[in-house]
Structure formats: structure tokens, C-alpha cells
Design a protein around this ligand. Structure first.
Ligand SMILES: NC(=O)c1ccc[n+]([C@@H]2O[C@H](COP(=O)([O-])OP(=O)(O)OC[C@H]3O[C@@H](n4cnc5c(N)ncnc54)[C@H](OP(=O)(O)O)[C@@H]3O)[C@@H](O)[C@H]2O)c1
Length: 329
């Protein structure tokens, strides 16, 4: 490793720790000077990619990123009209690209089962899935159709079940990728064994921001477990965070934060960059497989400890029980 690379890595890691510098557009602006090369044009030709939460923000930008690299892209959202509009927009931006609309509420486990059965009849191979759908709640009474706490259903249970049900299609791909769009907010939630026993967040006073952070941490842990249980030896399973990105979701759920940070927020394609780059370049990934700005990042802050093996086992057990789906490609 040259001195330039060592220095770049040191600077990169230290701006990550400052949060504001790392997560805003200043971070990606700086890192773009040294981060790994862009994917080759056409890198995803012949590949089929599914993006959830594709009808807004980072998801829509990811759709366009994959399409521009030649992939056939499945645009999944829960609102049929928004899906149709996103598909039309993507087709007009990348004429000749294959774009398929998919309607499914990721937080509704019955809908995920129905949708996955239909997808399996239409497509026998899927090269990548980006679990991007995300939400933030105000109150505990917001639950999924099966009665699960809503962020748990949308961020954890639905994507877990979907990955399991897409297993055959993913295994049929020569180099499958599964990417979970987590959040830097997950650093604020450690996942103690007690939390892992309370995945529905019934204990204590419910707080929507905390529910979000807890389930974003669960995504990171779960992605790591999916990576560990890859029996194909060919899969890239990773989680990532996009930094702070100006999206309709941030405007709706965090209006004060959005007002305060507006000039520094990233563009949506910047937020989607690592998700597109990971699938298109498939870099070597080591546990814990957590990425941001084209580099692996720690999953803990200095002084924090990673979730214990017991907490991980309990989380996985609860997720498997709630979904009826095991882990493993
Ligand atoms: N923006 C940021 O700064 C930031 C930071 C960290 C992490 N993230 C993560 O990045 C991802 C995208 O966020 P964003 O900022 O682009 O948010 P966004 O603009 O609100 O987009 C979220 C997308 O998820 C969809 N969605 C929500 N619930 C769904 C469900 N039950 N089933 C299917 N789709 C559903 C939404 O569909 P509708 O349009 O129908 O609601 C929308 O398409 C999220 O996972 C978020 O947690 C974002």
C-alpha cells in the first residue's frame, strides 16, 4: 500500500468519525478524490436487479443507476400509481432499458409471500436485490397488517422474508448480491440481548426515532448473518448507510433536521452511489460487511461494543419465528 493510499484511508476514517463532515455531501465530495473507480460502462448488462422502496428518493436514484449500467430493473413500491410513474420516468431517462413495475407492501408479510410467488413464476433468476424501503413512525399503534411494529415489519421482517423467498432466483445467478440500506442512525442503537428479546419494542416508552435506529441496527446484524450463512460462496451480502440525503422521506419525517442541514445534504444519486457500486463491482467484503462511500465502515462507535453473540442469536430466532423463514442462500 503506497503512502498516498494510507493517508487517504486515515483521512477517510477520521472524517467518518466527525459525522457531519462524513455524512454530508462534503464527505462524498472529498472521498470521491480517492475512492475506488466507477463501475465500467455496461457493468450490469444481462443482470436483473430488484429495488424496493423504488418510488422515491434514494430508491429511485438507485433504479436509474442500475439501469444506466445496463441492468434490467424491477421497481418495487407499495403504491401502484407511484410505481407506474417511476417506471415511466426511468424508461424516459434510459431509453431501451428494461424496467418492470412491481407492487408490494414490504411490511405486509402475506403480500410479500403473494408477490414473491408471482415473481418466481415470471423470473427464474435475480442477480441482486436492494432492500431500500424505509419508513419512520410517530406512534407505537402504527403496525403492519400482521400486527408487527411498523419499522420492524418494513426494515427487517419483510426484507428477511423476501430474501428467503427469492432464494432460488438469487442462487440461480452466477454472482448474487443482497444489499440492505441501513442508516448511520443505527450507531445510536446497540442491540443488547434485552432489545433482541423485544424486537416489537413493547418495553419502555415508544419513540419513533429510536424504533427506526433499532431496526436499522437489526438490518446490519441480519445482513451479517445472511452473509455468514451463504452456502453458495458466491453471494455478496452487505449493509450500508447512504449518509444524509435530501429526499422526500427526510422532508416528511425529519422536517427540522432537513431545514437545518439542507445546504449540506447529499443529492439522491450520491445517497444511492454505494448501493449501485457494490452490485456493479462486487468488491471483496469482510464481516461485518457494512459499507458507506465505497468503503467498509465499523459497525460501532469508539467505546461501543458489537452486539453479543447471544443478542444476535436471539434476534435471528425471533425474526425466523415471526416470518417462518430461515436464513441462508
Ligand atoms: N435520506 C437519508 O438521509 C437517509 C439516511 C439514512 C438511511 N436512509 C434510508 O434510505 C432508504 C430510502 O430513504 P429515502 O430517504 O429515500 O426515503 P423516501 O423518500 O421516504 O423513500 C422511501 C421509499 O420506501 C417506500 N416504502 C415505505 N414503506 C414501504 C412499504 N411498506 N412497502 C414498500 N415500500 C415502502 C416508500 O414508498 P411510498 O412512496 O409509497 O411511501 C418510498 O418509495 C430508507 O431505508 C432509509 O431508512 C435514508
Amino acid at each position: 500500500m503506497g503512502i498516498g493510499t494510507t493517508l487517504a484511508r486515515a483521512v477517510d476514517a477520521s472524517i467518518d468519525r466527525t459525522v457531519v463532515l462524513g455524512y454530508t455531501r462534503l464527505g462524498s465530495g472529498l472521498r470521491a478524490r480517492w475512492w475506488p473507480a466507477d463501475p465500467e460502462p455496461g457493468a450490469l448488462a444481462g443482470r436483473r436487479v430488484l429495488v424496493t422502496g423504488a418510488t422515491s428518493g434514494i430508491g429511485t436514484a438507485a433504479v436509474e443507476g442500475y439501469l444506466r449500467l445496463g441492468a434490467a430493473v424491477h421497481v418495487l413500491g407499495r403504491n401502484e400509481a407511484k410505481v407506474a410513474a417511476t417506471v415511466d420516468q426511468a424508461r424516459s431517462l434510459v431509453p431501451g432499458g428494461e424496467v418492470v413495475g412491481e407492487t408490494c407492501d414490504v411490511g405486509d408479510l402475506a403480500a410479500v409471500r403473494r408477490w414473491a410467488a408471482g415473481f418466481g413464476e415470471r423470473c427464474d433468476r435475480l442477480d441482486a436485490v436492494l432492500h431500500n424501503a424505509g419508513t419512520m413512525t410517530g406512534e407505537r399503534r402504527e403496525t403492519s397488517p400482521q400486527g408487527h411494529e411498523l419499522t420492524l415489519a418494513v426494515h427487517v421482517l419483510g426484507p428477511h422474508l423476501m430474501t428467503a423467498l427469492l432464494g432460488d432466483a438469487l442462487r440461480a445467478a452466477p454472482a448474487p448480491s443482497v444489499v440492505w440500506m441501513s442508516s448511520g442512525g443505527m450507531y445510536g442503537a446497540r442491540l443488547h440481548a434485552d432489545d433482541a428479546d423485544d424486537i416489537e419494542y413493547r418495553r419502555g416508552t415508544y419513540d419513533g426515532v429510536r424504533a427506526y435506529a433499532r431496526t436499522k441496527r437489526m438490518q446490519v446484524v441480519l445482513a451479517q448473518e445472511w452473509a455468514r450463512c451463504d452456502s453458495t460462496g458466491r453471494a455478496l451480502v452487505a449493509s450500508m448507510h447512504p449518509g444524509w440525503v435530501a429526499t422526500p422521506g427526510v422532508q416528511e419525517h425529519l422536517p427540522r433536521f432537513e431545514r437545518l442541514t439542507r445546504p449540506l445534504l447529499r443529492r439522491e444519486d450520491d445517497g444511492a452511489d454505494t448501493a449501485v457500486w457494490l452490485v456493479a463491482t462486487r468488491p471483496e467484503s469482510r464481516a461485518p460487511h457494512f459499507w458507506h462511500d465505497r468503503a467498509q465502515r465499523p459497525v460501532t462507535l469508539p467505546g461501543q461494543r458489537e452486539p453479543s453473540a447471544e443478542a444476535v442469536t436471539r434476534l435471528v430466532d425471533h425474526v425466523v419465528k415471526a416470518t417462518g423463514a430461515g436464513i441462508g442462500l
